[in-house]
Design a protein around this ligand. Sequence first.
Ligand code: BG6
Length: 477
Amino acid sequence: MPLSKDFLWGGATAANQYEGGWDQGGRGLANVDLAPHGPRREAIILGLEKHLQPEEGLFYPGHEAIDFYNHWQEDIALFAQMGFKTFRMSIAWSRIFPKGDETQPNEEGLMFYEKVFKELRKYDIEPLVTITHFDIPMHLVTEYGGWRNRKLVDFYENLVTVLFTRYKGLVKYWLTFNEINVLLHAPFMGAGVYIEEGENRDQGLFTAAHHELVASALATKIGHQIDPENKIGCMVAAGDYYPWDSKPENVREALDKNRENLFLIDVQARGKYPNYFLKQLEREGLTLPILEGDEELLAQNTVDFVSFSYYSSRVTKVQEEGDEETSGNIFASVKNPYLKASEWGWQIDPVGLRTTMNTLYDRYQKPLFIVENGLGAIDKPDETGYVADDYRIAYMAEHIAEMIKAVELDGIELLGYTSWGCIDLVSAGTGEMSKRYGFIYVDRDDQGNGTLKRTPKKSFDWYKKVIASNGQDLSNS
Ligand code: BG6
């Protein structure tokens, strides 16, 4: 079974890294506006340093990002030129509800996305919309404590009701929360949450997570009520953990790590908390803030599909002195000696993509959607601005080949593939522009200098050919 003719090829972005226009169109201040470039970034996004207002002297790359806000027509035309069938983007919550707790939305914000969706449709590009991608109005953080507060469920309900109503017929594919599991590692970026000194960290995080799960189920319910055509998915930062070796304790450790990564998706896709997690709560003396009706809501409103990002597999073992760690997408891992790594130390494992797809499909039996995959690399443009990014082509060709095997040989239902950062944008982890993923080079540096000029790279024509051949031609020639 080859890829279906409706396979959704495309690219992925997020408002906080792409859109810019942070103070335009009535948009309010959001947590993502407070992630500076430089040494303080990590502590801020992890929630270890409280940072509630932009500070003089710090550079916040997300404020202008690469200014999709004022370049949307030009960018969409370029995506259309590559033959995109879908385009993943996210809504900046504070563009629709600047403070988050208003009852009336900001029309200018709604209009912006309406124009964008119509422009995409003009080229037959299906929008794939992440409702929140690490994004929350700061007012909801300072006044309510972010997602640890149950009231956030109501504000999110308002948001999704407005979005589903206004964009009915324009948008069909929705993701409720980007990488929901990231909130367990980077609570400020993931959920606008700070863990206070002396507080039980897991209790705080699981409380916020429960609220997001309820909000996600509610969004699924409302989305289906408003338009039965809507397809609503969850999203996980995926990548299987391999055991370091066959030592039984290490195999067990890998099982635990995979569960830790997937238990929120277990709820979104299967409709209830898994027993292993409930037992963990019992052991740790923790409770979930479950209200009457929550369990039915979760059970009755599971997602239509499971989407995920995949950059690498991970390795785990019971820690011993001297173990070498490697960096990765938020999660550190033991270094895998069989794999090469990117310039940022993210290990490259195309086979792991197929394995991860099988894990997710075996576990959930729902269609999958790869909504992020790609190589962050340093690009060196020539004097005309052209980048010959053969390394990116090689990375993607190998991953796409494994993805196709997962469909053709393993029989996995796969809705589509959107490569991350199809146009160069700001890195979520480091705030750098120099960590580039795109098919389109954008003239901007880590300090915010540059013309923002867009120039197709070599991978632009390559990806166009991949899409035109529906994945049959992956050659770099
Ligand atoms: C995912 C996020 O975690 O990884 C994206 O959903 C992010 O927002 C991507 O950009 C790649 O990570 P980074 O740190 O290289 O930008």
